[in-house]
Design a protein around this ligand. Sequence first.
Ligand code: UN1
Length: 507
Amino acid sequence: MTQTAPPPSAATTELPAFRHFIAGAWCESTSGQTFESRNPADRRDIVGRFQQGTAADVAMAIRAAETAGPMWRRTPAPKRGEILYAFGALMAQHKERLARAMAREMGKVLSEARGDVQEGIDIAFLMAGEGRRMQGQTVPSELPDKWAMSIRQPIGVAGIITPWNFPMAIPCWKMMPALVTGNTVVFKPSSDTPHCATLLVELMAEAGFPAGVVNLVTGSGGEVGDAIVDSPDIGVISFTGSSTTGRSIATKAGAKLKRLSLELGGKNGVVVLADADLDLATDGILWSAFGTTGQRCTACSRVIVEHDVVEPLLKRLETRAANLRLGPGLDESTDVGPLINAGAVDKVASYVDIGRSEGELVLGGGRARDGDLGHGNFFEPTIFAGVGAMDRIGQEEIFGPVLSVIPVADYGAAMLALNQTRYGLSSSIYTRDVNTAFRAMRDFETGIVYVNAGTTGAETHLPFGGWKETGNGHREAGNVALDTYTEWKSIYVDFSGRLQRAQIDNQ
Ligand code: UN1
């Protein structure tokens, strides 16, 4: 169980080969096949080979999780919490190593990779505490000599399907509440970041999660993901990723009446009013739009600006964005890392083409190929001015470093433009007027609202999630995350020694 780094497989070359983790042991796929994970900043750099999982592998993982379930459920929750705490402490101890591995495999800059690891640590510690809280309700009964209370109980086996953009934080957001409440887990990470997932699971094993409680199966969405979604033995699924995949999972899970938590697309906007501190707004917009190369669910991709300040704001944005340094995340002087893969570069480029006919391209717009950048998936920070709120680049999720500036007449028009989208994750307003700030807090139709800050940077102890098509009503993080992974049980204890009929005998 405490076996750590999986040894290279004999079947492969000198490239490090990694394995699934099932029932407390590192094992190979029944497929006999592996896939590569590459550094998006330099595609010549292969991080390693990973198991190409199959439905049979998933079935084994589910069996292991089911077998471990009764033991894990009966482990006192504070004890489970202690293991979460040990895991968080191990992440803290290995923070730099994890961050460097993430910067290499996923591409985000080191400071952000450290932040991603930190977010995992934060949720591990928060949920460790839930082991000693996990509050239910104890309420008076309407009848004498009768007790009424409610408790949370685990659902069973949780299927955890995670994206590449927060390759450590998001798996932790999902697995920590699932585990502390007594579920066991089958974890399928994105095929773009299997190494990050493997490093996390190594530390989970070291922290003392018993065999079978956490199982890792790498591979494609079409094979491994579908096998998780289709299995009648998975009681709850948590998925973060594209709206297209989310819809397909929802259709299948709905037919099986499975619990499902979805975290999907976004089109997050920053409103800048004429009275705003424009330098402050520039800082927040640049950080939200080009941080993580625009590859956050919370990234800002629309700036909705009052007419009077469009010109001065644009000037600031252009000047500052033009000075952002592109490069590998591992280089401390890099501001903007690569996109995750060639497909992402093509997608961003196609939206830039669409944008050329919708707005005015004022910065960037191209693939960045100078020197060593040519070996990676780099794209220039891009700004369009004069975009209409209903234009495609103002409406569709691009998930890259493309910012649209949408001019509007006043707060009312800004609020309408902000809300005129299918998505509803994060939003922000820059104003010095406290009354307008409170109007925005009331009016913006998003799960997260920032005042005088950008759209990114949610903390782990408040609910995280979006309105409308960003999700399906569930929230991650905060203590409400427990709702995804638990069933409520209401318990009545009658110690009167006689038949007492609720709603009848007390009237
Ligand atoms: C995501 O992009 O899916 O608020 C998560 C933020 C981070 C989490 C982003 N704390 O930007």
